[in-house]
Design a protein around this ligand. Structure first.
Ligand SMILES: Cc1cc2nc3c(=O)[nH]c(=O)nc-3n(C[C@H](O)[C@H](O)[C@H](O)COP(=O)(O)OP(=O)(O)OC[C@H]3O[C@@H](n4cnc5c(N)ncnc54)[C@H](O)[C@@H]3O)c2cc1C
Length: 404
């Protein structure tokens, strides 16, 4: 008898569940996503700054699902409601039955309502369309500088609200592009200033002093203006107003200062935190249902010591691998273990061929070596996706040929 596992969300967590379960002959899998692509958010910084292309950060999910020998189908629809009694999921046009359900719907930018004008005048990069628009704006500015269309005395301020991992990476890569462009297309590009703003005392709050110190130094070297202990009070079309009474004339603002769970969690009963993330039990089950799991950014996941793990692709993948094993244990009548995971390392891309990183708490690297290590990790992920995509492409061509 086949067991049907339904996964909502084709992000880092969702795809890892499928990779982990697809080889089991008694399991069929259905992936549901409101978008037709997998968005590699972790590479968004390079895309925005023009270092990567769209093909480097978006993968077609249908093609990816075709890359499995059998038993993986894709539904390009938004999931709406779970019927717990009948074990069915309602999507835009379908009702899909499941034996096990994995919620992996990720997170969205949290445009805090207490900052007036934030939602109207700033942009998140948790969505591909936003990253695309921001890249266009950035390119447009560079283009205008090449054309000498912006008066020489005019300074253009690009603001990034939130100096966590994503904000820092975007700031560094853009500043590095400006630095590089200044050599090739002229000093005028240096009139584009990157401002990294955070209310905390330091950039990368919560990270180690090694990471913070070296990141700070690199950002300064790239000419990023760092504003810590700086509270954004409000925004209008032209200015960012700070709580201390000062203001900044800005051209464009990205907000990376907070996340909240994707809207799907609204339809789920059970306890949630302020960021609307689900609070699962130690088996990552929701509402004590042993057949419904939640993983990745849409949940607040704790390790065995009760510490909340950061919302990263790494944690999404670890929770996905755990849930896949839990489902297999249940199928084979084994007692599943409780969830436990550690963050094995962190690498921060800091523009060009420079990064800072730490692994297992004691390996600390910076510069080109850290860049190579980060690249190797990204490349391994990317290669896995592309092997699937290539097989998916071949499988589709063969099916089409057979059909004539
Ligand atoms: C710029 C940037 C840099 C980052 N750098 C790093 C890094 O270096 N290392 C790291 O580990 N992490 C990094 N992160 C964080 C990482 O990207 C996230 O933690 C990760 O994407 C979470 O994976 P997920 O599977 O939970 O959700 P996501 O990857 O966000 O995927 C969720 C999926 O669910 C789908 N979905 C949502 N709602 C519905 C619905 N109702 N119906 C159907 N589908 C739905 C979405 O379309 C999406 O495809 C970075 C993030 C950003 C923005």
């Amino acid at each position: 008898m086949q067991t049907h596992v339904v996964i909502i969300g084709g992000g880092y967590g969702g795809l890892r569940v499928i990779e982990s379960l697809a080889k089991h002959p008694n399991i069929t899998l259905t992936l549901i996503d409101k978008h037709p692509y997998h968005y590699l958010q972790t590479e968004a910084y390079g895309y925005i700054a023009g270092r990567f292309d769209i093909r480097d950060i978006a993968i077609d999910l249908e093609q990816w699902c075709h890359g499995f020998e059998k038993g993986v189908s894709f539904v390009h629809e938004r999931a709406h409601v779970i019927d717990y009694q009948s074990k069915k999921l309602q999507t835009d046009t379908k009702e899909i039955s499941f034996d096990y359900l994995v919620i992996a719907t990720g997170a969205q930018t949290n445009f805090f309502s207490f900052i007036e004008g934030l939602r109207e005048h700033s942009h998140g990069i948790k969505k591909l369309e936003r990253a695309y628009k921001f890249r266009q704006k950035f390119e447009d500015l560079i283009y205008k500088q090449i054309q000498h269309k912006i008066p020489l005395q005019e300074e253009i301020n690009l603001a990034i609200g939130g100096a966590g991992l994503s904000g820092v990476e975007v700031a560094a890569e853009m500043a590095n592009s400006i630095h590089t462009y200044a050599k090739t297309i002229g000093e005028r590009t240096r009139k584009i200033k990157i401002h990294l703003i955070d209310a905390s005392e330091t950039i990368l709050p919560g990270m180690s002093s090694f990471i913070i110190k070296n990141t700070h130094a690199r950002l300064q070297e790239l000419g990023v203006e760092i504003h810590t202990n700086t509270f954004i009070a409000s925004l209008d079309k032209e200015f960012i107003y700070f709580k201390d009474g000062s203001k900044l004339h800005y051209h464009f603002m990205i907000f990376t200062g907070g996340i909240k769970a994707a809207n799907f969690t609204h339809c789920i009963d059970g306890t949630k935190n302020k960021a609307e993330q689900l609070l699962p039990n130690e088996y990552l089950n929701i509402g004590e249902r042993s057949d419904i799991f939640a993983i990745g950014d849409c949940v607040a996941i704790r390790d065995s010591k009760g510490e909340i793990l950061p919302p990263t692709a790494q944690v999404a993948e670890k929770s996905a691998e755990y849930v896949a094993q839990n489902i297999l244990d249940r199928l084979y009548n084994k007692e599943p273990k409780v969830f436990d995971a550690k963050v094995s390392g962190v690498f921060v891309a800091l523009g060009g061929n420079y990064a800072v990183g730490e692994m297992f708490g004691f390996i600390k690297v910076k510069g080109y070596l850290a860049f190579l290590l980060k690249k190797a990790i990204t490349y391994a992920y990317y290669l896995g996706l592309h092997l699937r995509i290539n097989t998916g492409y071949k499988n589709r061509i063969q099916t089409m040929k057979k059909r004539g």
